[in-house]
Design a protein around this ligand. Structure first.
Ligand code: BES
Ligand code: MN
Ligand code: ZN
Length: 494
């Protein structure tokens, strides 16, 4: 889909030939001399249109309007959040209209957040999955114009929004494609493809290299599958040569059957989305390829399947991780932490300024936070604050969860340094505490996206592309933020 940003007032917009002209009407809207604003003001005065976000009024072949349909949509105070709801309310009408060309008029005082909400909202609602349909019904929308008062003011926000939309779409597409298509090998190929297209450095390691690295925990999970494991290393060198990078680590379980501790059959297909963390790392790199921020970023993806087989790892097995710590497997379905822990150890070699892992890690996180906010765990307050703020501004929310050492009690075992599961209580936190053991050498955060990476069941079933918006915003902010002094860092990272 093609987005353009244009300086256009409502009189100009009325002259644009398109199927749908969408006008966001904010509180205190004033009529001008043009037909669209007169109509909007009259509709508000007659209470036929409320400026509350989500209210929609439609006109067809309206006098003085070149568009076939005019959509007046309440947008509250015109903030990003309100524009997001307005776009969601309009999505159904736009889809049903079969429009190829859409013009969206933002309110006069619109900020960058409103531009982002308009672009990402349009991209989100017009995405159509076709990859494995025999008669693909393609996406109808071809060209979208974002009309603003002064386009020069919004260039940067617009470019960032377009990049985010492309990254989110890649993450959704990889998540949605079936697990017999999106295998560890395929994720490796996608990483190479991104590297070629955008000039990233990329290495894709196979089982032999992974074994040489000593990643005994990761490789044990892969043992039950015929699909070979991959360890992906992607690098965007946007900063100065010696600058400490931000490292993103994405869980890439391309199918999680549970392994020998096999899952119940209902909804097991949804465990194709268990590579959502990996998809979000690739999606973020897709976006970085457009915006090229001046910061060094490393993406690490351990990826494999978790399957039951004669060769599978089993409950009772003791694994030796790359860190040297031994792990007793009590449940083979707690596999995410077993592949992530080795990637977290590998991350040490980059002397990172921060490591953020992203994983569809626990059903318990879905119970705790539902499908609205991702769970955020962090060993460093400054990092936590930066990630929470990035989530707020990208409208991709997270919520901080605790990491008290008492939560690690249940991970104790007589037979290894640590067990891979504790009891049922606080399951997302005990999982985070497991990872915490492997993330002692740098400021670390963990995003549990089990509730936010996809929507289950029904017509809306599918990957959301979250938290690409949050990650991209965080990295972009890092490019401009001055790193805190090494001394403060050292004190906090302890
Ligand atoms: N990928 C799952 C987590 C998951 C489950 C995400 C359902 C979204 C929906 C993970 O590998 C897993 O199976 N976790 C177990 C851990 C348990 C065995 C301690 C879980 O959450 O049940
Ligand atoms: Mn599992
Ligand atoms: Zn899993």
């Amino acid at each position: 889909m093609d987005f353009e940003l244009k300086t256009l007032d409502l009189a100009g917009a009325a002259a644009e030939k398109c199927e749908v002209l969408l006008v966001l009407v904010t509180e205190g809207f004033k009529a001008g001399k043009d037909p669209v604003s007169k109509l909007a003001a009259a509709a508000v005065a007659a209470k036929d249109l409320e400026t509350k976000p989500g209210k929609v009024l439609q006109a067809y072949r309206s006098e003085g309007v070149a568009a076939t349909r005019l959509l007046l949509v309440g947008a509250g105070d015109g903030s990003g959040k309100k524009v997001q709801s307005a776009m969601q309310a309009a999505a159904g009408v736009i889809k049903a209209s079969g429009a190829k060309r859409l013009v969206i008029c933002l309110p006069d005082g619109a900020g960058g957040d409103a531009v982002r909400a308009a672009v990402c909202g349009t991209a989100e609602s017009s995405y159509v999955y076709v990859a494995t349909k025999s008669k693909p019904e393609g996406r109808e929308l071809r060209k979208v114009t974002i009309a603003v008062k002064d386009a020069t003011k919004h260039r940067e926000a617009f470019a960032a929004a377009r990049a985010a939309a492309a990254g989110i779409e890649l993450a959704r597409e990889l998540g949605n494609q079936p697990p017999n298509y999106v295998t560890p090998t395929r994720l490796g190929e996608e990483a190479k493809k991104l590297a070629r297209a955008h000039g990233f450095q990329c290495e894709v390691l196979g089982p032999k290299d992974i074994e040489k690295l000593g990643m005994g925990s990761f490789l044990s999970v892969a043992k039950g599958s015929h699909e070979p494991a991959r360890f992906i290393v992607l690098r965007h060198n946007g900063g100065a040569k010696g600058d400490a990078p931000v490292v993103l680590v994405g869980k890439g379980i391309t199918f999680d059957s549970g392994g020998i501790s096999i899952k119940p059959g209902a909804d097991m297909d949804e465990m194709k989305f268990d590579m959502g963390g990996a998809a979000s790392v690739l999606g973020t790199f897709r976006a970085l390829g457009e915006t090229k921020p001046k910061v060094n970023v490393v993406g690490l993806i351990p990826t494999c399947e978790n399957m039951p087989d004669g060769g599978s790892y089993k409950p009772g097995d003791v694994l030796t991780s790359m860190s040297g710590q031994t792990i007793e497997v009590l449940n083979t379905d707690a596999e995410g932490r077993l592949i992530l822990c080795d990637a977290l150890t590998y991350a040490e070699r980059f002397k990172p300024r921060a490591v953020v892992d992203i994983a569809t890690l626990t059903g318990a996180c879905v119970i705790a936070l539902g499908h609205v906010r991702s769970g955020l765990f962090a060993s460093d307050d400054e990092l936590a604050a930066a990630l929470l703020a990035a989530g707020e501004s990208a409208l991709d929310l997270a919520w901080r969860m605790p990491l008290d050492d008492e939560y690690a009690e249940g991970l104790k075992t007589n037979f290894a340094d640590v067990a891979n599961v504790a009891g049922r209580a606080g399951g997302s936190i005990t999982a985070a505490k497991f990872l915490h053991r492997f993330a002692q050498k740098y400021p670390w955060a963990h995003l549990d996206i089990a509730g936010t990476a996809w929507r289950s069941g029904g017509a809306n079933k599918g990957a959301t592309g979250r938290p690409v918006g949050l990650l991209l915003e965080y990295i972009t902010a890092q490019a401009t933020a001055k790193p805190s002094s090494p001394r403060r860092r050292a004190a906090k990272a302890k």
